[in-house]
Design a protein around this ligand. Structure first.
Ligand code: UFG
Length: 336
């Protein structure tokens, strides 16, 4: 089976490409290298023994996208390509809406024009905002989005829903990721933040590597056990496997015109201090950190109810927080 992976050289995309290849799928990647690097393609080959087909194209160009799709008999699309920085989206909302929404629209148009039925979409738990009830299940309503990035994910899911409703040939699964961290066991693919990392785990690994002086822990006055904010961290390899289950589910389904969405988390909340403690313990490293004010736009606590993914998608996370922290450090050492 031929799967088109947009953003296939990015953080989650590259791990998913590895899982697909290891499960005998043919992978075709479109990636414009806006937040990824070409050596990842070579490393995918080193890990799997297979170099996937790669096109350095921008999905905003519908003709080019169609050209790539026409060359291959595509059985399904996994659409990762999007901008993902919350803080950058607040600064440059139009850039985010243009890129994230138009690339999705182009992919859907191209699927329609080329008779491709199945799409797995990279969504985020950010669609929930600060939920009223924890753990948050898929039934929770979309709350006010905290950033243009978050809003772009809410709107994207709605665009897909409208398109599925209007077109009997299209089926989709949106995966709502919680906090993806860690790296492949090989230590040869992982997250590549541009500049100063926004996210906790790359900041931790860069601090441990001496690239950053000190980690700031944003807020220790939250209403949580140790005062720091709680998130549902999920190992990126577990997350990649959820995509495999989703594309299989769509491709094997007798039912047409599916519109589904699933939480993809571990179902456990960890505080910022839990993450730091795990990193220090498993890697035997002392981290330099200090407590600072809360970061604007952060919510106190979120973690997932994964009952639906377990029961329907037949997927659940297997790796623990220590696995996430040891693999993240292995990857950082590879980069150093
Ligand atoms: N944090 C620190 N110090 C840092 C970076 C982060 O203390 O240097 C804290 C944050 O304040 C937060 C926690 O670590 O409490 C996790 O922060 P991240 O930036 O790693 O992750 P977020 O939960 O803020 O963001 C993630 C994804 C977004 C997504 C969002 C949805 O990165 O793409 O979840 O809730 F939109």
């Amino acid at each position: 089976m031929n799967i088109l992976v947009t953003g296939g050289l990015g953080y989650i995309g590259s791990h998913t490409v590895v899982e697909l290849i290891e499960n005998n799928y043919e992978v075709i990647i479109i990636d414009n290298l806006s937040n990824s690097e070409l050596f990842i393609l070579d490393n995918i080959k080193k890990i799997t023994g297979v170099k996937p087909k790669f096109y350095n194209e921008d999905l905003l160009d519908l003709n080019k996208t169609n050209e790539v799709i026409n060359k291959h008999d595509i059985d399904g699309v996994i659409h990762f390509a999007a901008f993902k920085s919350v803080s950058e989206s607040i600064k440059y909302p139009l850039k985010y809406y243009r890129n994230n929404l138009l690339s999705l629209i182009n992919i859907l148009r191209s699927m329609d024009e080329n008779n491709i039925s199945n799409i797995v979409f990279s969504s985020s738990c950010t669609v929930y905002g600060q939920p009223d009830k924890l753990p948050v299940s898929e039934n929770a309503p979309f709350k006010k989005a905290e950033s243009p990035y978050s809003k772009s994910k809410q709107i994207s899911e709605q665009i897909i829903e409208d398109f599925v409703n209007s077109n009997d040939n299209i089926s989709s699964i949106s995966l709502r990721y919680f906090n993806p961290v860690g790296a492949h066991d090989s230590g040869m693919i992982g997250e590549l933040p541009i500049g100063i990392p926004d996210n906790l785990v790359p900041y931790i690994t860069q601090t441990a590597a001496g690239i950053r002086d000190e980690l700031s822990v944003f807020g220790n006055d939250y209403n949580t056990s140790d005062g720091t904010a709680i998130r549902d961290y999920i190992h990126v390899v577990d997350l990649a496997k959820a995509h495999l289950m989703a594309i299989k589910r769509l491709n094997n389904s007798k039912k047409k015109n599916i519109f589904e969405f699933f939480n993809v988390g571990k179902g456990t909340g960890f505080s910022v201090m839990d993450v730091i403690n795990s990193f220090e313990k498993i890697n035997n490293i002392k981290l330099k950190y200090s407590f600072k004010d809360r970061r604007d736009g952060d919510i106190e606590e979120i973690y997932s109810d994964v009952t639906k993914s377990k029961n329907i998608l037949k997927w659940q996370a297997e790796k623990n927080l220590d696995d996430m922290m040891s693999s993240a450090w292995k990857w950082q050492k590879y980069l150093k």
